[in-house]
Design a protein around this ligand. Structure first.
Ligand code: DGL
Length: 271
């Protein structure tokens, strides 16, 4: 048993897809979330910069009695395959890449998987490498979708939004041409565009949310380690952002629901 909180972080609001799934799976656990909204996007930055920011994010969470840290960001999870960011961190931690690659390999029938991510994620080939390590016969098509992140951060997520649809059609064209039957939403912002993407790809294509896969992985890991809390009431959800609380509160309400009971505060990271 461990009553520490689950620490989750992302460059912005994307990691709330992990929080949403965690709340569903483990309602009694305390969660501390950090969204580095002042510096989002990370996905257009260099590996060095992403790693530097990620270490500051981790240092913030470590001060808050967390029992585990989840990197709810495809970009940071990809960068950490090249740059260590968890040096001297003694608690369990995971990124999205491996749990998501495993789920996609299980889901594909025609062995054609697509990966949507930020520029940094696609450049790193993290998902492709993880998939190939599981099954070298799987064909991987990866596409960077940098314009998806600002669309999500600004709430342009409705399936009827003309601008979003137009951009998504352009990005997804290659996925349709290459006949993928499984599509990884390798950036945790992208599940917020689930409906737009599913409409374009059609119901025959299975979408895999990296944020949700990470939450399932965390629940399994806590179970294996016998590290669930012993609380019998709903856990506390503390959400921190590094920019406007007002904006973050609005977005959090869209993503987690209006009655999400979360406490939201602005924080400053030690740089
Ligand atoms: N949520 C981040 C990810 O999963 C992307 C946003 C960014 O570019 O910072 O890659």
């Amino acid at each position: 048993m461990n009553n520490g909180a689950i620490g989750v972080f992302d460059s912005g609001v994307g990691g709330l897809t992990t929080v949403k799934e965690l709340v569903k799976l483990l309602p009694n656990e305390n969660i501390v979330y950090l969204g580095d909204t002042a510096r989002v996007p990370y996905g257009t930055k260099s590996t060095d910069t992403i790693a530097k920011y990620a270490r500051q994010d981790i240092a913030f969470l470590l001060k808050r009695d967390v029992k585990m840290i989840l990197v709810a960001c495809g970009t940071i999870s990809s960068a950490m395959m090249h740059e260590p960011i968890f040096e001297n961190v003694m608690i369990p931690h995971s990124g999205v890449v491996l749990p998501t690659a495993e789920a996609a390999c299980k889901a594909t029938k025609n062995k054609k998987i697509g990966v949507l991510g930020t520029s940094a994620t696609v450049k790193s080939q993290s998902f492709a490498n993880a998939i190939k390590a599981i099954d070298p016969e799987i064909e991987v098509t990866a596409k960077a979708c940098p314009m998806f992140v600002p669309l999500v951060e600004n709430g342009y997520t409705d399936r009827n939004c003309v601008v979003t649809k137009l951009i998504a059609e352009e990005y997804l064209d290659i996925m349709k041409k290459n006949d993928v039957d499984t599509l990884i939403l390798g950036c945790t912002h992208f599940p917020h565009l689930h409906d737009v993407i599913q409409d374009i790809m059609g119901d025959g294509v299975k979408l895999i949310s990296s944020g949700a896969e990470l939450a399932k992985f965390a629940a399994d890991a806590l179970k294996k380690d016998n590290a669930f809390c012993d609380r019998q009431t709903e856990g506390k959800r503390e959400l921190f952002c590094t920019d406007s609380v007002e904006l973050f509160t609005e977005t959090a309400a869209t993503f987690l629901g209006k009655d999400n009971h979360a406490q939201i505060a602005k924080c400053t990271l030690k740089t």
